[in-house]
Design a binder for this molecule. Structure first.
Ligand code: MGD
Ligand code: MGD
Ligand code: SF4
Ligand code: MO
Length: 699
């Protein structure tokens, strides 16, 4: 028997593990090991292994749905697309172009993200587009751009980790969020390197660490400043590097010197001897890295916080040198590429700025439009959601489930309900799709070809392995169908490779230059790191060029105007909410191993639901005792925005002043009804990682 093996990548997180799909006995496909992809070398977590279950028609949408007399009922594609085109036109005519909003996702392929951004700017002419990546790594992106002049999650491949001397992992729990990547940290320790984990909880990752610092949520900025203070006080800065490769040290140094270790201990709860130990571990080896994830980033001061951690690397000469540097562990499947090609409010393809006249000129030329016709920057994700039903009357949403995942979710849900018109394209009937006037059933990873860019900046090719169920169309077909109905016949091809060829040209010369990359190269080479400029003029070289791609950035110079990395002169400030008599406990939120994001996909897989059946409130035994709550007993968590109920999970692995809830579920235990939408002033990131709550035993 002949079997077809399709090498491809997982639909879920930013590791983009390689996997093979093979025909399954009863039809469909199943996952087989693919050892040739270096990032995971065949290893997969349970989510990736079970991903084909979500391809089944039994759990997904297979027909467009339209709302008739209050109910969502099956309809033809023509009717569904006509209704959307009519509703968007009606809103535009009555309220102007900016009354139509677009919301995208970091799980969308590069081709889809690119086409969605172009659709908003060219077909709708709206400035009101943003995406869920704003909730993800936007603070790290802002800080990375400020410091290095360029934001790529990791400036080096993961394979460098085992060979460095020390890694500080700040607010990142790869043991649950990227299990196959844990091997890199294990190997680091086997090679004699050390691992420091900074997390208010003793996670499965923290258990592997040489040193675990457990700060009070929302105080990472003070912690980083305290470490820098000690580095200066102990004379462990790299003066030559500071002189030759950085700027702004004097101001950053002065700010750090105001953060005495004892003061930092009071703010963070991390004892001074542990601060000293961290400095010793970090400074002793020749090379070291700092990696952040959502813990320090999802704060109303996330940008400054990441800036302070970058300062540690700069002060000690640990950036832009072999086996050293700062990196952000991006989250979603295409969290990296999704932030480069124009679905962000202020962005054009190739990581260009919408406010830059030269960028507008270049992209407008590729799109065949007048640069002056391109709108300016719009609102950030939460601000856009908050404006629904106000000056935004109609919304097209693709690749996100904000009813579960947005901060202050009950308010966001109410805003979505107040729209004149909501259209959602999804693979399943998510909690957000349930609110829509029109729902479009779309194809998924294994049913379509497309590229993603993983957390290392490695551009990858996902391949179609099986046909979609009847009745399902791709997101590219959706945008093509809508563009035609809205009077734009050309420029929205349905073939992903054709979209990618245009993306190459649009990105040529930009910070994230893909012009030397082609599907052929990706198929042959297994992945190419951007920037990868084409050899010829403006990426016209058919089939990609000879540029090898750029696995490691900044080794000669940083991407700033003068080539120097810039320090951030930052000082500690409090979180949006602190505890008080009424709300005496801090809530932080995050993930568990077996569920993915809003759970729209993974809650439909029996094996994953058995492993992680529902929400919980993780709390310290002393806090549980004070409340009179036993393990497994229901507790209500109440914040200024709402109330959620879930069973207590009592563990000594969390600070006494903090509780933790995963955010994967809707219903009574929906964590995001509690979270605080206060935004970081630069990145516009909401404060998912800290708000004040009170707890009540439910009897
Ligand atoms: N299983 C699973 N894996 C995933 C995902 C998923 O939903 N499920 N999602 C993917 C995506 S999109 C993302 S963004 C990544 C996220 O990956 P991670 O960032 O690793 O995940 P989180 O659980 O959100 O947060 C990490 C840790 O931050 C800690 N933390 C909370 N508050 C603070 C704080 O104030 N300071 C510090 N230092 N730490 C704090 C939490 O206790 C938690 O252990 O995971 C990706 N992988
Ligand atoms: N409290 C709290 N809230 C958080 C976080 C936190 O740590 N704490 N983390 C935040 C972070 S980092 C993130 S990334 C967000 C993520 O939260 P969401 O944006 O809600 O992410 P998903 O649940 O992945 O939603 C993706 C949706 O798109 C659908 N989908 C999948 N593939 C496709 C496709 O190809 N096309 C289309 N049209 N649809 C598709 C899925 O079925 C699903 O319904 O949550 C944020 N919310
Ligand atoms: S770690 Fe991420 S990419 Fe790898 S199998 Fe799991 S979810 Fe998929
Ligand atoms: Mo994310």
């Amino acid at each position: 028997m002949q079997t077809t093996v399709t090498p491809t990548h997982c639909p879920y997180c930013a590791l983009q593990c390689g996997m093979s799909l093979v025909p399954a006995a009863g039809g469909g496909v199943e996952v087989a090991e693919r050892v040739d992809f270096p990032v995971n070398r065949g290893a997969l977590c349970g989510k990736g292994r079970t991903a084909p279950e979500v391809l089944s028609s039994a759990v997904r949408l297979t027909s467009p749905l339209v709302r008739r007399e209050g109910e969502l009922v099956p309809a033809s594609w023509d009717e569904a697309l006509d209704r959307i085109a009519e509703a968007l036109t009606r809103a535009r005519t009555a309220h102007g172009v900016d009354s139509v909003g677009v919301f995208g996702g970091g799980g969308l392929t590069n081709e889809k993200a690119y086409a969605l951004g172009k659709f908003a700017r060219v077909v709708l002419g709206t400035s009101q587009i943003d995406y869920n990546g704003r909730f993800c790594m936007s603070s790290a992106a802002a800080a990375g751009t400020a410091a290095f002049g360029l934001d790529r999650g990791l400036p080096f491949p993961l394979e460098d980790i085992p060979r460095t001397g020390c890694v500080i992992l700040v607010g990142s729990n790869p043991a649950e969020t990227m299990p196959p990547a844990l091997r890199y940290f294990t190997e680091l320790r086997e090679n004699g390197g050390t691992l420091i984990v900074v997390d208010p909880r003793r996670t499965r990752t923290a258990e592997q660490a040489d040193l675990h610092l457990a700060p009070r949520p929302g105080t990472d900025l003070a912690l980083a400043l305290g470490l820098l203070h000690l580095i200066v006080a102990e004379g462990r800065t790299d003066e030559e590097y500071l002189r030759e490769r950085t700027s702004g040290w004097a101001e950053a140094r002065a700010a750090a010197m105001a953060h005495w270790p004892e003061y930092v201990e009071r703010i963070t709860g991390v004892p001074v001897p542990l601060l000293r130990e961290a400095v010793e571990l970090f400074c002793a080896p020749e090379a070291a890295m700092v990696l952040t994830a959502r813990g320090p980033e999802q704060q109303s001061k996330g940008t400054d916080t990441v800036g302070a951690w970058i300062n540690l690397c700069l002060a000690t000469g640990r950036a832009g040198r072999p086996l050293s540097g700062y990196g952000c562990l991006t989250g979603q499947g295409n969290g990296q590429g999704g932030r480069e090609h124009g679905q962000k409010a202020d962005q054009l393809p190739g990581y260009r700025k919408l406010t830059d006249p030269a960028a507008r000129e270049h992209v407008a030329r590729v799109w065949g439009v007048d640069p002056d016709a391109l709108p300016g920057p719009g609102r950030s994700a939460y601000e856009l959601l908050d404006a629904l039903g106000g000056d935004i009357r109609a919304l097209l949403l693709m690749g996100s489930n904000p009813v579960v995942s947005a901060p202050r979710a009950a308010h966001v849900e109410e805003r979505l309900r107040s729209l004149d018109f909501l259209a959602v394209a999804d693979v399943v009937l998510s909690e957000t799709a349930r609110l829509a006037d029109v729902v479009l059933p779309v194809t998924q990873w294994a049913e379509e070809t497309g590229t993603t860019t993983n957390l290392e900046g490695r551009v990858l090719l996902r391949r179609r392995a099986l046909p979609p169920p009847e009745g399902v169309r791709s997101d590219l077909e959706v945008l093509h169908g809508l563009a035609g109905r809205l009077g734009v016949e050309k420029g929205f091809p349905t073939d992903p490779e054709e979209v990618f060829e245009e993306l190459r040209r649009a990105s040529a010369g930009g910070p994230a230059d893909y012009s030397g990359i082609s599907y052929r190269r990706l198929a042959e080479e297994g992945g190419v790191f951007w920037p990868c400029p084409a050899e010829g003029a403006e990426g016209e070289t058919a089939g990609g060029g000879a540029h090898p791609g750029t696995p490691r950035l900044f080794l000669d110079r940083f991407a700033t105007g003068d080539g120097r990395a810039r320090f951030a002169a930052v000082s500690h400030r409090a979180a949006g909410e602190d505890t008080d008599e009424e709300y005496p406990v801090l809530l932080t939120t995050g993930r568990v191993l077996a569920q993915y994001q809003s759970g729209a996909q993974t809650r439909r897989v029996a094996e994953l639901n058995a492993a992680a059946p529902g929400p919980f409130v993780e709390m310290h035994p002393r806090l549980a005792e004070r409340l009179g709550v036993a393990d497994g007993q229901e507790v209500a968590v109440v914040s200024r925005r709402g109330r959620a109920v879930a069973p207590a999970r009592v563990t000594s692995g969390i600070r006494v002043d903090t509780v933790f809830m995963p955010f994967h579920w809707a219903g009574a235990g929906r964590a995001n009804v509690l979270t605080n939408p206060v935004l970081d002033p630069v990145s516009r990131m909401p404060e998912f990682k800290v708000c004040a709550v009170r707890l009540e035993a439910v009897r």
